[in-house]
Design a protein around this ligand. Structure first.
Ligand code: NDP
Ligand code: 2IT
Length: 449
């Protein structure tokens, strides 16, 4: 960046900081995008005149509400919930709901902001949104989760709709929660519509939605490696998380002949230096998906558990962070580089902090940002919306093929826009410019709305 470009970036960020003083995650996500597109953005007189960057960083609206519910013991609890409707230039608002005790407005604004560009990259007609609550589903009974979801929908239902805003899952929100939310929506509105995605397949859910984010991430990683003449087969992959995204990323990696050497949860990580086999994967899937258990209780030949640690210190060629934001910081990035990592493919949203991004860039590591590599989940959500609107359902093969093609197209657009640095594509710049451009063009066309 030239000194003049740096100056523009600093002025913009100072303004953003003044307007959003207590929102570090949101500011981080905006900085990552703004610093990456600034030299290109400043050439676009039309964008600057229309204040596209200033407008795109201000959500259309944020709905904040209280969710009161009752525990099994009859005690009253109150949580806070939000829906951040960020930008609907390209289609109805679309994005997940997160239930986790560390959810704040800042976290949901960063996620909603990222979602705008991710959804744009999929090529499907979806705007950007995110929502959720600081409710902690861990340790709660099914009935407690049900009561919470019912109560949340009592307010949320009036703000969403198949042509307005279509929520889905994210951390702490899977098939069980979507079903409770959807059931309550129907009771309140007396109509069936594709107002949520991630539904059960027998009541309007899409084939492959559960697998889509993890599989899509591996498809993208494979395309990125192939583009640089590298074969994914035989490579060791350190995966973090053991939830929806991590599990199906691991499954697809194993199917492609890669070795999944780690998985993790917030308690620690498991290490399998020779790679997990599909039998072990299935045991872990049952432990996490069905028993809602902890990795610390998993025992198997060739697998060790490391309490309280993250997986980034192990030998691997691929790192796939699939747990949460800022889980990969400078220390982890240095370890990975020292141990010979060649590619990072983000399954989670903003898992890599700004220092770690810089370390990967300096060392010419291939780095696929979440808004490109984890777009498969929302892409299949978009396909679920289309199937619901048409009252049809496609089979596994059809949806998987569409998913594969969407991930390939995203890769192609990242390559087209990512200025080549040292023979490697800069996927961060590429995804930001490609995602931003489409939204900006629509905003320009609409005038000053
Ligand atoms: P899940 O709730 O299914 O799993 C989350 C996993 O991450 C769990 O293993 C959890 O461990 C771990 N985790 C969560 N918070 C923390 C934390 N603060 N520190 C350490 N580990 C943590 O969520 P998903 O798999 O759906 O989501 C994972 C990531 O992928 C998120 O960043 C999400 O935004 C992103 N994503 C999800 C999509 C989807 O379709 N579901 C689509 C695109 C992106 P524990 O159980 O111990 O909390
Ligand atoms: O971060 C994400 O893209 C998601 N949690 C999925 C959103 C969706 O609408 O499927």
């Amino acid at each position: 960046m030239t000194p003049a470009e740096k100056n523009e970036l600093e002025t913009f960020m100072n303004g953003l900081e003044k307007r959003n003083p207590y929102e570090p995650e949101f500011r981080q996500a905006v900085y990552e995008v703004a610093s990456s597109i600034m030299p290109w953005y400043l050439q676009r007189e039309d964008y600057r005149k229309a204040q596209i960057l200033e407008r795109i960083t201000e959500p259309d609206r944020i709905i904040i509400f209280r969710v009161t519910w009752e525990t099994d013991a009859g005690e009253i609890r109150a949580n806070r919930a939000w829906r951040v409707q960020f930008n609907n230039s390209l289609g109805p608002y679309k994005g997940g709901l997160r239930f986790h005790p560390n959810v704040t407005q800042s976290v949901l604004k960063f996620l909603g902001f990222e979602q705008i560009f991710k959804n744009s990259l999929t090529g499907l007609p979806m705007g950007g949104a995110k929502g959720g609550s600081n409710f902690n589903p861990k340790g709660k009974s099914d009935r407690e989760v049900m009561r919470f979801c019912y109560s949340m929908m009592r307010e949320l239902h009036r703000h969403i709709g198949e042509d307005t805003d279509v929520p889905a899952g994210d951390i702490g929100v899977g098939g069980r929660e979507i079903s409770y939310l959807f059931g309550q929506y129907m009771r309140l509105e007396n109509r069936w519509s594709g107002v949520l995605t991630g539904k059960g397949q027998s009541f309007g859910g899409s084939a492959v939605r559960k697998e889509a984010t993890g599989w899509g991430c591996v498809y993208f990683c494979d395309d990125m490696l192939k583009h640089h003449d590298i074969d994914i087969s035989g490579k060791r992959a350190a995966v973090s998380g053991s939830g929806n995204v991590a599990l199906y990323a691991a499954q697809k990696l194993i199917n492609k002949g890669a070795k999944v050497v780690t998985l993790s949860d917030s308690g620690g990580f498991i290490h399998a230096p020779e790679g997990l086999d599909l039998e072990q994967w299935e045991e872990i899937r049952q432990l996490k998906e069905e028993q809602r258990g902890r990795l610390s209780s998993y025992e198997s030949k060739g697998v060790t558990y490391h309490d309280g640690e993250r997986p980034w210190g192990v030998d691997c060629e691929i790192a796939m962070p699939c747990a949460t934001q800022n889980e990969l910081e400078a220390a982890g990035a240095k370890e990975l580089v020292k141990n010979g990592v060649i590619a990072i493919a983000e399954g989670a949203n903003m898992p890599t902090n700004l220092d770690a991004i810089e370390i990967f860039r300096e060392n010419h590591i291939l780095h696929a940002p979440g808004k490109a590599s984890n777009a498969g989940g929302v892409a299949v959500s978009g396909l679920e919306q289309s199937q619901n609107a048409m009252r049809i359902s496609w089979d596994d093969e059809e949806v998987d093929l569409r998913l594969r093609n969407i991930m390939k197209d995203i890769h192609t657009r990242c390559v087209e826009e990512g200025q080549a640095t040292n023979a490697n594509v800069d996927y961060i710049n590429g995804s930001n410019i490609a995602g931003f451009k489409k939204v900006a063009e629509a905003m320009l066309a609409y005038g000053a709305v």
